[in-house]
Ligand binder design. Structure first.
Ligand code: HEM
Length: 217
């Protein structure tokens, strides 16, 4: 089936974007609602930590899914949603990290530093968060122009490292049932595997194109 024309795609994406923007805010709004109505459960800090951690990982996966979706469906206008999902990943990571610093550890910096150094899953989560900062900071068109396309692209390859570290963080922190992090690991393998296969195919076809043609007798 041929993809819709670029004009139609653009029109649809312009309609979908505010809906997607609002939908992405719902998990945070629900947390605020539950906090206000005292319905966060027996372990409210844990509920906030888990919810924000889950949504960070989900937003990272959605962001990574945009490129394969564009390429497989021909809906190239989807690129206009990618930055928004990426920034939402940062937003939920920031909430997750702030929950840990403020509500969980209550600014006990000495203990926080020890925790980062001693518990591997905290160190890995922290590294993922730190790597997200330059991505969020350089997500604007102005920063793209400032850095130049090549440098910007090289920096934004960190987009692959962050979810890998995020999934490892989740795998290492669960004590018994690894089903949930294993599902994220599977989804991530598919999303990254798709890119590897495509990259290899492109390299192979470039290599074929680069072989000098023999003169036909
Ligand atoms: C991109 C960065 C990160 C991602 C994707 C992420 C993701 C997650 C996920 C998915 C969970 C488990 C949620 C569940 O069980 O349903 C979690 C838990 C947790 N994360 Fe993160 N996280 C990140 C960064 C951080 C950072 C920077 C810290 C603190 C320095 C942190 C501290 C924690 C803690 C304390 C828990 C709860 C562990 C427990 O009580 O068993 N995370 N995170």
């Amino acid at each position: 089936m041929p993809a819709a024309s670029p004009e139609i795609q653009l029109r649809w994406i312009k309609r979908v974007k505010p809906v997607a923007f609002t939908a992405c805010l719902i998990p945070a709004a629900l947390l605020i609602w539950r906090a206000a109505t005292d319905t966060l459960g027996a372990e409210p800090i844990e509920t906030i930590t888990f919810t924000t951690g889950d949504w960070t990982l989900r937003m990272l996966m959605i962001t990574l899914a945009i490129t394969p979706l564009r390429q497989l469906t021909g809906w190239h206008a989807l690129i206009r949603l990618r930055r928004m999902f990426g920034l939402y990943a940062f937003f939920y990571a920031l909430l997750h990290f702030t929950t840990y610093i403020v509500l969980d550890q209550f600014f006990a910096w000495q203990f926080i530093l020890e925790d980062i150094a001693e518990r591997l899953y905290i160190l890995v989560g922290f590294t993922a968060f730190v790597l997200l900062i330059p991505l969020a900071a350089t997500s604007t068109n102005r920063m793209l122009q400032r850095l130049g396309g090549k440098r910007w692209q090289r920096l934004h390859r960190l987009t692959y490292a962050v979810p890998i570290l995020g999934v490892l963080h989740f795998l290492w922190l669960v004590k018994a049932d690894i089903t949930e992090p294993a599902i994220y690991a599977l989804v991530l393998s598919i999303l990254l595997g798709y890119r590897i296969v495509r990259y290899r195919r492109r390299r192979a076809s470039q290599a074929v194109a680069g072989v000098p043609k023999r003169a036909t007798p």
